[in-house]
Design a protein around this ligand. Sequence first.
Ligand SMILES: Nc1nc(=O)c2c([nH]1)NC[C@@H]1CN(c3ccc(C(=O)N[C@@H](CCC(=O)O)C(=O)O)cc3)CN21
Ligand SMILES: CC(C)C(=O)C(=O)O
Ligand SMILES: [Mg+2]
Length: 271
Amino acid sequence: MSINKEVKRVTTHTLAKMKAAGEKISMLTAYDFSFARIIDGAGIDVILVGDSASNVMAGHETTLPITLDQMIYHAQSVIRGAKRCLVVVDLPFGAYQSNSEIALASAVRIMKETGAHAVKMEGGEEVVDSIKKIVSAGIPVMGHLGLTPQSIYKFGTYAVRAKEDDEANKLRKDVLLLQEAGCFSIVLEKIPASLAKEVTESLYIPTIGIGAGRYCDGQVLVMHDMLGINTEFKPKFLRQYLNIFEQATTAVQHYISDVQSGNFPNEQEQY
Ligand SMILES: Nc1nc(=O)c2c([nH]1)NC[C@@H]1CN(c3ccc(C(=O)N[C@@H](CCC(=O)O)C(=O)O)cc3)CN21
Ligand SMILES: CC(C)C(=O)C(=O)O
Ligand SMILES: [Mg+2]
């Protein structure tokens, strides 16, 4: 299948084997070529071109405003930088909820115009028909349950989901429906660790958690959060590995003062 044999690509089948072997799956978001190159080169299994681009790239309050065209632009940039990992693209709000034909058309546009390997969509029972249609067309689908940010105005808050029995029971059913519909993996966002453990054990497809505890088959974070580019967002589940905001601010301040003092450029830095 692969014409370019330089590197062995992670596929949805790799992830299935990893779950079977008890190997944890690492996933991070990326939205552009340069960061995709860093993350892929570091050895990540999966890059998610998340609709969180709406927040961290465009500065919106929620994920709702980002369009399919804008997601396609981000995915095209990421795919040029990602040589080894699996690249999954979020279907944005409005690109799949109306009916399964619109959902398929949106997924086809992503596959055709970006070269990405899979799509992700939020929801359970409500989107099962769309998932089946997309999977039948040969497009791998990742599910997303628990806190689903495209429905934030229905929930009203970003608080932990499925703490009560009725919502937990719906999630228990939804994971099985998604698996049956053909999803290759499911993101579980901000649910109790005990529930994530239980549903992870009930599935043969891997779960990828964010704020869903240590028992998921893999973990995902938004790159800008874990690198400390975006420092306003500090939920309990986030581990920050760098503080780029602070370091970049210091670097820019040094540059400004070097320009102002005439220290930059020096003799070696001119022609
Ligand atoms: N930068 C960024 N990081 C993300 O993880 C992310 C996005 N954007 N945008 C899309 C969704 C939204 N997500 C979220 C949003 C908020 C919380 C959260 O825990 N917020 C509050 C708590 C709010 C409450 O309890 O009511 C917090 O502690 O920061 C978690 C995940 C995850 N995704
Ligand atoms: C938080 C992850 C799972 C996501 O959907 C996104 O970044 O858009
Ligand atoms: Mg998303």
